[in-house]
Ligand binder design. Structure first.
Ligand code: SF4
Length: 397
């Protein structure tokens, strides 16, 4: 499909909105009341730290809501104000944060139901308003909603749209897009829908496997099996890895995306020679600033002497998970929670260890004077961080 032309035509349609509705000031006030925190502001002004009794909190210097998320949530609020009587749907969680999604439910913004793992769009009727979340929607979903005669409010973050443009450039020049991401993540599903041929690699290890295949060949069946769910239909590693372009899910670890890009560049250089590199390798910088800033701030935070780290964010939030990975790399005890209520008491915390199910850990809070590092993912409002800090104060201060 010519996704570029489809997008261009959609954007010209009178049923398509992507710039809000002129209720920004009113919505900004509401959001400030619901999501901002005076305690967090005070901690920021105090050099990102605060001590009460036995506990010192050190906040990362960049954390929480990024502008892409804030913009998407504000547009959802504006949509409700602008269409007070219409049925409003959202194709997915607007962002990966349970409290924000709950707030939207209270505003009667409905989530498209999922049955047996498949979204059921039959509930959507002509004239309904449908919001596309910050991490976008697949081109097939957009097409379907457009054909149904829905009003589309597109809150896709411009950084995500920039990645879509990159994969469209790969497609135009018949390069295969190598997407660093999680094949099940909504953003990567959307990105791959704009690509031509694509292969999704989760990490450096998978990238090395692919590069080894490019240089030395290998077991084609094993390759296809390994990337069964992470490649375009009819993908053939012997034919489709001759020209590659790099793209990424915007919330992956920046250092890993860069390492994967370098690895493919070196591989193509080795295989085809430096003089021919441009005929076989293409790369654009599409790492989102906000993700990068939060990761850099976390790298600084873990240099401090911390007894433990609390990482706050939705359990399905990719960028939050990557923040926890940084604490793990430094061997600092860390707990990923999505709300203050997960801190049951001074002995028990319910949290999600990396790549594991949610579980309860006992004796998590050390006795005596402690320093706790705190950060939060790009979809977490300051209010949630404040509630966690208040909970810690209640237990230790
Ligand atoms: S993390 Fe980056 S790409 Fe994602 S919504 Fe925020 S600004 Fe946009």
């Amino acid at each position: 499909m010519d996704t570029k032309t489809f997008k261009r035509n959609l954007q010209k349609s009178e049923n398509y909105y992507r710039r809000g509705f002129g209720h920004q000031e009113e919505v900004a006030l509401t959001m400030e009341g619901e999501y901002k925190s005076s305690l967090i502001q005070a901690i920021r002004e105090n050099g990102y730290q605060i001590t009460r009794g036995d506990i010192t909190i050190r906040l990362a210097q960049a954390f929480g809501f990024c502008w892409g998320v804030e913009r998407a949530v504000a547009m959802a609020y504006e949509t409700r104000t602008h269409f007070p009587n219409e049925r409003i749907w959202i194709t997915n969680e607007i962002i990966h944060n349970p409290s924000v999604n709950q707030r939207l439910r209270e505003m009667e913004i409905n989530f498209i139901p999922v049955r047996d793992g498949v979204k059921d769009f039959s509930v959507v009727r002509k004239g309904d308003v449908v919001i596309l979340p910050a991490f976008g929607a697949s081109v097939q979903e957009m097409q379907l909603l457009n054909e149904k005669g829905c009003i589309i409010v597109d809150t896709t973050c411009p950084w995500v749209a920039k990645v879509w443009n990159s994969v469209e450039k790969h497609k135009k020049k018949q390069y295969t897009s190598i997407i660093h991401g999680k094949y099940k993540h909504e953003e990567t599903i959307a990105t791959s829908s704009f690509a031509g041929k694509y292969l999704i690699v989760l990490n450096l290890e998978e990238a090395k496997y692919v590069c080894d295949y490019i240089l030395n060949g290998g077991d084609k069946e094993e390759f296809l099996n390994k990337f069964r769910k992470a490649s375009s239909p009819g993908f053939d590693p012997d034919v489709d890895l001759v020209r590659v372009g790099i793209a990424n899910q915007t919330t992956m670890l920046k250092s890993e995306t860069e390492a994967i890009g370098k690895l493919f560049e070196q591989t193509m250089m080795k295989k085809y020679g430096p003089a021919n590199l441009n005929d076989h390798f293409m790369s654009f910088n599409t790492i989102c600033d906000a993700t990068q800033e939060r990761q850099d701030a976390m790298l600084e935070l873990v240099k401090e002497k911390l007894d433990l780290v609390i990482v706050i964010g939705g359990f399905n939030s990719s960028n939050t998970t990557h923040l926890q990975e940084i604490a793990i790399q430094r061997q600092i005890p860390s707990y990923h929670i999505d709300s203050a209520s997960r801190i049951i008491d001074a002995n028990r915390i319910e949290h999600k260890p990396l790549h594991q199910e949610v579980q309860i850990t006992e004796n998590w809070l050390p006795p005596g004077k402690i320093t706790v590092g705190i950060t939060s993912g790009a979809s977490t409002p300051d209010k949630v961080v404040e509630e966690v800090i208040e909970r810690l104060f209640a237990l230790k201060a």
